[in-house]
Design a protein around this ligand. Structure first.
Ligand code: PMP
Ligand code: GLN
Length: 413
């Protein structure tokens, strides 16, 4: 293995997907819906690969199928409030993963520092390292503001610490809002602090907004690229998998000013080169349809969040009832919870892992048949201890499966 991948051999996904296969738990681990995507989206895919236009089964334009980049530019021009050029400012990728990869690879070299907020979607760290960069980590801190349940908004950025991390070597900062796994939806004030530092130090902001439509009232998703002076220095990343509940389609995108997009485009054309045509066609049609009803609550961009809200509340309730302490998310479809009030119910001596959250989640998959994800996977090695008391559960599941999860926990406790 080349040096650039040393230390990145382990993946929580590889490990926990295998664990689920072996132990057959109720799976609230890896994030994916267990219910059907909107009909019009899946029908569009069937039509795209069987219809009269047989060329939809052949290669398409490398930086993105024309119909899809047009739809994306139309959508984001509208929500960002400026005209986005589909030819030079949008790149379609193999999932948001490849959008992150192309952006990080295309904008990071040896000696560059990249600021990453902890917890972070785990692939950021190996991507920065394999690009030759040095990740610099800053953990969110739980600062509970009042009585009642903990909210993802109680997980705060330490502004002084953040400011002290920017220097002349800082190349970029990766921001994820709505956040996986905390569910934090960054506020205008928080984004402004980050934006001001980016402008002061001439830093690129890589804004991972894959959960952009999954935000719970009264919270609002604010796009980094809409902040004053930030379009010029932001690449925003999105995912059709999240937007349309089709994670298996692995189609994502990056958009930003042409000057910044040249680099990820160069990476993309020299690795993946072009993504699946029929899937891009179907996603394009999906966007066209949803854009035609963006003024209606039926639009999937809003209806999915409406559907998820009671699931979130139900999960927060049953986790609390068994004694865990959940952080109620403002966005996204994950919930972290402190499991340690139940520590006397588990026998962690049976597990060999280094961190307690790994021991807990493995023991639970095997013995209680409920799977979650150990959130220390989302921290750098020196900071993993900060989150060992927590587990992450996914709530984009059928009500009956959430009900089963509640019953499993109640029976066990
Ligand atoms: N970023 C975040 C924060 C995610 O949770 C995910 C989900 N895997 C991705 C990026 C990657 O998305 P995709 O499945 O489209 O590659
Ligand atoms: N984003 C999803 C999660 O956090 C999927 C992760 C993955 O497939 N690597 O669970």
């Amino acid at each position: 293995l080349p040096d650039r991948y040393r230390g990145s051999e382990k993946s929580v996904w590889v490990e926990y997907i295998q664990l689920a296969q072996e132990t057959q738990p109720l799976n609230l681990g890896q994030g994916f819906p267990d219910f059907a995507a909107p009909d019009h989206v899946t029908k569009s895919l069937a039509e795209a690969c069987t219809g009269e236009n047989v060329l939809l089964n052949q290669y398409t334009r490398g930086f993105g199928h024309l119909r899809l980049v047009k739809a994306l530019s139309q959508l984001y021009s509208k929500v960002i409030g400026r005209s986005i050029d589909p030819a030079t400012e949008v790149l379609v990728t193999a999932g948001a993963y490849e959008a992150l990869f192309a952006t990080i690879m295309g904008h990071t070299g040896p000696g560059d520092e990249v600021i990453i907020i902890e917890p972070f979607f785990d692939c950021y760290e190996p991507m920065v390292r394999s690009a030759g960069g040095t990740p610099k980590f800053i953990p969110l801190k739980l600062v509970k503001s009042g009585p009642g349940p903990i909210s993802s908004g109680d997980w705060k950025l330490d502004v002084n610490q953040l400011s002290s991390m920017f220097n002349s070597k800082t190349k970029s900062i990766i921001v994820n809002t709505p956040h996986n796994p905390i569910g934090k939806v960054f506020t205008q004030e928080e984004l402004t602090v980050i934006a001001d530092l980016c402008k002061k130090w001439n830093v690129l902001c890589i804004s991972d907004e894959v959960y952009e439509w999954m935000v719970y009232k009264p919270f609002k998703h604010i796009r980094m690229a809409t902040l004053p002076g930030m379009w010029e220095r932001t690449i925003t990343i999105g995912s059709a998998g999240k937007t349309f509940s089709v994670t298996g389609w692995k189609t994502g995108w990056a958009y930003g000013p042409a000057e910044l997009m040249k680099n990820p485009m160069t990476v993309h054309q020299n690795c993946v080169y072009t993504c699946t045509t029929p899937v891009q066609e179907a996603v394009a049609r999906g966007f066209e349809f949803e854009m035609s009803r963006m003024d209606s609550p039926e639009c999937y961009f809003y209806s999915l969040a409406e559907e998820l809200l009671p699931k979130r509340d139900f999960m927060a309730k049953f986790l609390s009832e068994v004694g865990m302490v959940p952080t109620v998310p403002e966005g996204g479809y994950f919930m972290i919870a402190d499991w340690t009030p139940l520590a006397n119910k588990v026998d962690l001596s049976q597990e060999k892992d280094k961190y307690r959250d790994y021991k807990f989640t493995k023991w639970m998959s095997k013995n209680v048949k409920l799977q979650g994800i150990p959130p220390s996977a989302f921290y750098s090695e020196p900071n993993k201890h900060l989150i060992e008391d927590y587990v992450r559960y996914c709530f984009i599941k059928k009500d009956e499966n959430l009900q089963k999860a509640a019953e499993i926990l109640q029976k066990w406790k």
